[in-house]
Design a protein around this ligand. Structure first.
Ligand code: FAD
Length: 324
């Protein structure tokens, strides 16, 4: 019976280490109630597999290590996922750019329905997921024998490393379906990775975000980034700030940007449109600075300052410096 089969969790990693979202997706995978096997697919990815093997509740790590999996192109990785899926009752992955591209392919090739952006596992076949930019939560029952789920990792706490116990075994798996058929469909050309000393947005504990009111890229550098650096925070932005060229694309928070849930989110000159809230309203503490006391951001803020960000931010920085 499909229900008694183990769960296959697809790890987000960079070959050398696991992305923290993987440990959060593991919490969701474990909630399905079956043993969890973790697939680490990449090239020279043993270090990531070893990190996966240490996590509490991982029964086995499958390591698919081959040049065909460098850069985790969707076609060969989906072919592998489909080949492995026979042994599993559910295939689960974090909702990241890589897996958002791979998982629909796996679901389609298996001819099952994908449940996207799961925020709660109610039962092994019942899941909550946000719809309408997070304004409503839909509860769905997946009746397919095999479940294909992507996990909104901000909604789950991270699973830690197992204490005392030895690591889970790591089993090498042979490449599957990576022959000419898949290779012909896509090939890797290059990537432009943003280098930053700041924490990655989706993993950051603190995020300082700026909106249209910041006014220019220079002001982001001069006002927003120094506050972020004083707090050891990542920098985020509203879409209006990104569209205006004040901030790079990968800083965008929201429905069409990144979904974040840090311990502290500081929104500076952001009105709080629903599409922005969809990406940050699950943050544990929200601080908003806005000149307009009617701004919708104040409806979700735990602490609000009605004022000019160009006055408030320097004052905040002075207080932070004093506290250090
Ligand atoms: P504004 O709405 O212009 O707000 C600026 C705020 O700054 C105002 O509240 C104003 O009172 C305040 N202000 C002005 N001057 C100061 C000052 N000196 N000090 C303090 N406060 C000041 N948006 C996102 O952010 N992320 C998304 O992913 C996203 N996806 C979208 C998807 C779709 C399909 C659509 C239609 C829209 C999407 N948007 C998204 C856009 C969204 O609707 C808003 O337009 C956008 O979030 C507004 O950005 P903002 O708050 O920076 O700008």
């Amino acid at each position: 019976m499909a229900d008694s089969l183990p769960t296959l969790l697809l790890a987000e990693h960079d070959d050398a280490s696991l992305n923290p979202v993987t440990a959060r997706a593991l919490t969701a995978a474990k909630a399905l109630g079956a043993p969890v096997h973790m697939l680490v697919v990449g090239e020279n990815a043993r270090a990531a597999a070893e990190a996966a093997a240490k996590l509490d509740g991982v029964a086995e790590v499958l390591l698919a290590d081959a040049p065909a999996y460098a850069h985790r192109l969707a076609e060969p990785v989906a072919a592998l996922g489909v080949a492995l899926a026979k042994e599993y009752g559910a295939v689960v992955a974090p909702s990241t750019a890589v897996w958002k591209s791979v998982m629909p392919r796996i679901a389609a090739l298996l001819d099952v329905m994908q449940v996207s952006d799961v925020i709660a596992v109610v039962a092994p076949d019942i899941f909550d997921r946000p719809i309408y930019a997070g304004n409503a939560i839909q509860r769905v029952r997946a009746t397919d024998g095999k479940k294909v789920l992507t996990i909104r990792t901000a909604s789950f706490a991270a699973t830690g490393e197992a204490t005392g116990a030895s690591s889970a075994p790591i089993r090498a798996v042979e490449p599957a379906g990576t022959a000419a058929g898949n290779a012909a469909r896509s090939s890797f050309v290059g990537e432009d990775i943003a280098a930053s000393a700041r924490p990655e947005l989706t993993a950051a504990r603190i995020i300082v975000s700026g909106g249209r009111a910041v006014g220019s890229a220079e002001n982001f550098h001069a006002v927003i980034e120094p506050l972020a650096d004083a707090l050891g925070a990542a920098v985020g932005a509203s879409r209006a700030a990104v569209d205006a060229g004040y901030a790079p694309n990968d800083w965008q928070v929201g429905q069409t940007g990144k979904v974040v849930a840090p311990d502290l989110y500081i929104a500076l000159g952001i009105s709080g449109a629903i599409q922005h809230l969809a990406g940050m309203k699950d943050s544990k503490v929200i601080v908003a600075v806005n000149k307009d006391e009617e701004a919708p951001i104040f409806q979700v803020a735990d602490f609000g300052i009605v004022g000019d960000l160009f006055e408030v931010v320097p004052a905040l920085k002075t207080e932070i410096a004093k506290a250090k």
